[in-house]
Design a protein around this ligand. Sequence first.
Ligand SMILES: Cc1cc2nc3c(=O)[nH]c(=O)nc-3n(C[C@H](O)[C@H](O)[C@H](O)COP(=O)(O)OP(=O)(O)OC[C@H]3O[C@@H](n4cnc5c(N)ncnc54)[C@H](O)[C@@H]3O)c2cc1C
Length: 391
Amino acid sequence: MHLRLTEEQKMVQKTIRRFVEKELIPLENDVLRNEREGKPSLPPGKLKELQIKAKEAGFWGINTPEEYGGANLGQMMMAIVLMEVSKTFVPFTFGGSADNILYYANEEQKQKYLIPTINGEKKSCFAMTEPGAGSDTRNIKMTAVKDGNEWILNGEKTFITGGNDADFVMVIAITDKAKHEATGRDGVTCFIVDRDMGWKSEYIHTMGEWGPAGLVFDNVRVPEENILGEVNGGYNLGLEWIGFARWIVGARAVGTAERLLQMAIDYAKERTTFGKPIAERQAIQWQIADSAVEIEAARWLVLNAAFTLDHGEDNRHLASIAKLYGANMGNNVVDRVLQIHGGMGYTRELPIERWYREARLWRIYDGTDEIQRLIIARNLLKGHVKVGQYI
Ligand SMILES: Cc1cc2nc3c(=O)[nH]c(=O)nc-3n(C[C@H](O)[C@H](O)[C@H](O)COP(=O)(O)OP(=O)(O)OC[C@H]3O[C@@H](n4cnc5c(N)ncnc54)[C@H](O)[C@@H]3O)c2cc1C
């Protein structure tokens, strides 16, 4: 066992760190100003420009297979990269990637949807959640009824990330009511539906700086060839989509918490009360120490989840642990860092309040805290995972 990054991993970390410091952090003031004036965080075309710069540095399609022009760096590298990129709140994403489940597309679908998505010509979103079905996906109501060579979709989806910008949605609908009622899992299918087939979207305002969308399907006709995977095979695709992002939430939380903790350390050394820098007070030191301990713990949980997946093993239990702990760690750290900054932490002069609002989402999407606990406990109680298994 060797608990250090390899030379290659260190080099990737260093390159991304330099990119973040040189290209992204200098944009932070503009991003804050734009958002506070109700404008998009980055001006049009800026994200693309940044993606091209990242591509020139070798970072494009980080987890995209080589056959599609990607770098396919693997999960450990992805964790390392995301921890670095999350040290800024500038909303940067690498180009050259597509939703994991889109790789289940057949050859024709790949040409029409997967490749244009990887190339940045099309935007996608994934829609499972409905107004009456979030954690409990068995409650979904959207239906797809076969009519000749087409399926007719009716229903509503909500909280769909990217739903207001997407060119197409991968949407889960009930195709066999009896099967679905019997099991809650079977009898649902994933359809690829272009926006111009007729679904409508509406932006949902949240406490964060971006919002998902509600989608409405009113007799939307979808050709048979737009089924992703198998008829009645949509549930597993849904689980795979949701599962992919779980430990990634933890990776993001680690990067953000590291930047925040450094801000708190710098401020505590500068800010003087009652004749001494607050850094000399035990009350402040303990907050710094607790944050550092939790960040380290979350880092190893995330790396273990990534490592396990890279080694072809099932990482779902570890992904739930990394997500649950990482999301809560991020919320604890941002709260302490805000506290250390006192009144300044609460103002819009500093980005801490922005991170505070963003971090709250980590405990909700991709499975809430409660759902992660439920999964972890169920795995142990049913014996799917043994205590201390992952070492
Ligand atoms: C910004 C944002 C983006 C999102 N993006 C997407 C997306 O792209 N695609 C998509 O399909 N969905 C998306 N979602 C939906 C997200 O996954 C759900 O909001 C989440 O799973 C929780 O579902 P819910 O909001 O319906 O809460 P509910 O399921 O109604 O839960 C309410 C509360 O009850 C708790 N609870 C529920 N069941 C149990 C239980 N058995 N035991 C104990 N407690 C329980 C929950 O933890 C929560 O605290 C997004 C949500 C948000 C906010």
